[in-house]
Ligand binder design. Structure first.
Ligand SMILES: [Zn+2]
Length: 261
């Protein structure tokens, strides 16, 4: 029952994030603006704005001008709800006492998730990460890491694992392959996944980004030097690691003969 409430809250939070993603560079309009169809400018009613449900019942088209509604809306709504519910389940699965502390962790996870999703789309569309968002991410992830993993030294190792290799790449490449925003993003994501999962996170993001880069070059879509938005790969790797990291690391150490932990 609780999980259903978290999921519904996630859908509503996701529809707020959609507005933030679209109007980030004009954030005052988020507070005062009414929701309009971006194509025909008709003011939308609440029944046009029910997360996921409106998109499905309208079959992806505006009620007034029948132009297609961006896929970003249902994807962000569903992704926010699914990731928030998974995060809630993962956090509550660990026996932490007192219970209010677990809810502080869930709230921090929600904040981190929101910031990460806005960064994901901002980097995808504009190939840059707003500085204010990466600072919020690092601070929230540091608080989450210290409370959730309760291991200050592990938190330090995780931060360094996320930070140093990306910083080296950025300075070695003169900012051509990756931007400075990626350094703070990576540190924040490594703090989220904790230690030693941060190592797996880093490996996944390089494998993912590398495979995509090779595929894009092979398909003639990219040259060796052209920048690809790297943040989405860091973010996908972090979520895979947060939810499956301990199992994957345990499986890998098992293969090497170190046994499961
Ligand atoms: Zn319209």
């Amino acid at each position: 029952m609780e999980a259903i409430i978290v999921f519904i809250f996630g859908l509503i939070f996701g529809s707020f994030l959609n507005v933030v993603i679209l109007r980030f560079d004009d954030w005052l309009s988020i507070l005062k603006g009414r929701s309009q169809c971006p194509k025909c400018k008709t003011n939308l009613g609440w029944y046009d704005l029910v997360p996921l449900v409106s998109y499905i019942t309208l079959r992806g088209k505006c009620r007034y001008c029948t132009k297609p509604i961006s896929w970003q809306y249902p994807v962000v709504e569903f992704a926010t709800a699914a990731l928030l519910t998974s995060g809630y389940a993962t956090i509550l699965a660990n026996p932490v006492l007192p219970l209010w502390q677990a809810w502080v962790e869930v709230a921090l996870f929600a904040l981190i998730l929101g910031v990460i999703l806005v960064i994901f789309f901002h980097d995808l569309y504009e190939m840059m990460i707003p500085e204010v968002l990466s600072y919020i991410l690092v601070i929230a992830a540091l608080a989450f890491s210290l409370i959730y993993y309760n291991d200050a030294l592990g938190t330090l190792y995780a931060a360094l694992t996320g930070f140093l290799p990306i910083a080296l790449l950025v300075f070695a490449g003169g900012g051509k392959w990756m931007g400075e925003g990626d350094i703070k993003l990576s540190a924040g994501l490594a703090l989220l996944v904790g230690w030693p999962s941060a190592v797996a996170y880093l490996a996944f993001s390089f494998i993912g980004g590398g495979l995509f880069g090779v595929a894009a070059i092979a398909a003639g879509r990219a040259k060796l030097k052209s920048a690809i938005p790297f943040a989405p790969f860091l973010i996908l790797a972090a979520f895979v690691t947060f939810f499956y990291g301990p199992r994957i690391v345990g499986w890998y150490l098992g293969i090497l003969g170190y046994g499961y932990y």
